[in-house]
Ligand binder design. Structure first.
Ligand code: SDX
Length: 431
């Protein structure tokens, strides 16, 4: 017997019975699609309690601090898998066999180059352009290079798009960095692993040999795994909404990058480092904790809090461990920002304000310390987040278009504007 809920109205209007759906895990959902016919909308600004779609890709339990990609716990994937396997898993639903992985990695490597003319797109920016602005522009411009013969409703075409974007976005990110630095673009070396290739494009130059540090490459690969997908977050929802109209997928991923860039979302890792630099000394932490609690002060503790996690973000714990590994490898264990971050976390987690609101470090709190230790500038932090999240964006886009019942997204509203009124000619208007 399907579970239902009955809406009754205090004014005696006829009650409405609505079906309740239960997924594999998580809160059951009330299917409200019939409400419109009964003359009602639901109202949920910020979508704090709204399921926007059916998905089999990622599950998050915010109370327990759980994160599964296709049923696999993030801790197991982070320490036992690699980013290429996770890309395959997110896209196809299963971990690849040896043959499937070899073919997948080969296909990704085949697409790492950008069309030669795209160099001109980079050169249209000022040298000082923020890497995210460049990534959004160049990724969106790909829709001009890959548009003909692209049928969003052909699964094979969608898989090619997914491979192209997973392969090319790291090249775009690295070239955005080189463009900022005034250095020549470095072409991908496809004999390298995904993370090593990114490091090669970021840090090598025509003038000297460069060998990616394997410990740092492994740490970067793990960070890419942790950032690969996260259910229906703001940027993924942006990609889905843009893609629901049948828009060019390269343009849709560019829209996801735009949403991720916000400091409340993927821009938080950059904001965390700037916050730690501003705090500058552990003795100033209490002052900033007070400011974070002061409603009249716009300052927030960047890298803390999460819409869903009311427990430790499982990714933050793994990244903190990775932080220790990277700083040890680089003999930077006394990194001042890391010390401030550890002390800030300790103090905040003992403070009633943060405890009462279940505010814990999130994925962005420690990642910036690792990136900076690796020599990656703060302005590139969100670009790395976008690189990693491209796997989740394309998987969610592919899943949405694979559903024959999918519809164009078109939310409604609670209108609070003027009632109907007559037009007033210009010469009769009063201030
Ligand atoms: C990501 O959605 C995802 O999955 C995102 C992400 C992903 O992988 O895609 O996980 C990646 O975006 C992580 C979050 C990165 N952002 C930050 O670190 C920015 C700082 N954090 C916040 O701005 C905030 O916590 C949000 C935006 C993350 C969540 O905000 P919500 O869910 O809308 O919560 P809220 O703003 O309603 O806050 C609830 C209370 C408020 O206090 P009261 O009004 O109840 O008194 O908590 C307070 C807030 O003022 N609060 C904070 C705070 N975060 C929330 N107070 C101080 N510092 C903070 N960081």
């Amino acid at each position: 017997m399907k579970k239902t809920v009955t809406l009754t109205f205090s004014d005696g209007s006829p009650s409405i019975e609505l079906p309740i759906e239960q997924g594999t895990y998580g809160k059951p959902v009330i299917d409200i699609r019939a409400l419109g016919a009964h003359g009602y909308f639901t109202h949920d600004p910020g979508f704090t309690a709204t399921s926007s779609c059916t998905s089999a890709i990622t599950y998050i339990d915010g109370d327990e601090g759980l994160l599964y990609y296709r049923g696999y716990p993030i801790e197991e994937l982070a320490y036992q898998s690699d980013y290429m396997e996770v890309c395959y898993l997110l896209l196809h639903g299963e971990l690849p066999t040896t043959e499937q992985k070899t073919a997948f990695v080969q296909s990704i490597r085949h697409h790492t180059l950008l069309h030669d003319q795209m160099e001109n797109v980079f050169r249209g920016f000022r040298r000082s352009a923020h890497p995210m602005a460049v990534m959004i522009g160049v990724t969106g411009a790909m829709s001009a290079f890959y548009h003909s013969g692209l049928d969003n409703f052909n699964p094979a075409h969608r898989i090619v798009v997914a491979h192209r974007l997973i392969a090319k976005v790291p090249t775009v990110a690295a070239w955005a960095y080189k463009f900022n630095e005034g250095q020549p673009f470095v072409y991908p070396q496809n004999r390298l692993s995904h993370a090593e290739n990114f490091m090669h494009m970021m840090f090598s130059s025509p003038c000297e040999d460069y060998q990616p540090n394997p410990v740092l490459a492994r740490a970067l690969d793990r960070i890419f795994i942790l950032h690969a997908d996260h259910e229906q977050n703001a940027s993924t929802s942006t990609v889905r909404l843009a893609g629901s109209s049948g828009a060019n997928p390269y343009a849709c991923i560019a829209s996801g990058m735009a949403s991720l860039w916000g400091p409340l979302h993927g821009g938080a890792n950059e904001a965390v480092l700037r916050m730690l630099e501003e705090i500058d000394d552990v003795s100033k932490i209490p002052e900033y904790i007070s400011r974070a609690k002061d409603k009249s002060d716009s300052f927030r503790l960047m890298g803390f809090g999460h819409r869903i996690y009311k427990n430790m973000d499982p990714r933050a714990a793994i990244i903190r461990q990775t932080c220790y590994e990277v700083l040890d490898e680089l003999d930077l264990r006394d990194d001042p920002q890391f010390k401030i971050a550890l002390e800030l976390e300790r103090i905040a987690l003992e403070d009633e304000y943060f405890i009462a609101r279940k505010l814990y470090p999130n994925v962005d709190f420690y990642s910036g310390i690792i990136f900076r230790a690796m020599g990656i500038p703060t302005s590139m932090f969100t670009a790395l987040f976008a690189m990693a999240r491209t796997a989740g964006w394309v998987a969610q886009w592919h899943e949405m278009l694979s559903d024959p019942a999918h519809k164009i997204g078109r939310p409604r509203q609670l209108y609070i504007g003027s009632a109907r009124r007559e037009f007033v000619p210009l010469d009769q208007r009063k201030a």
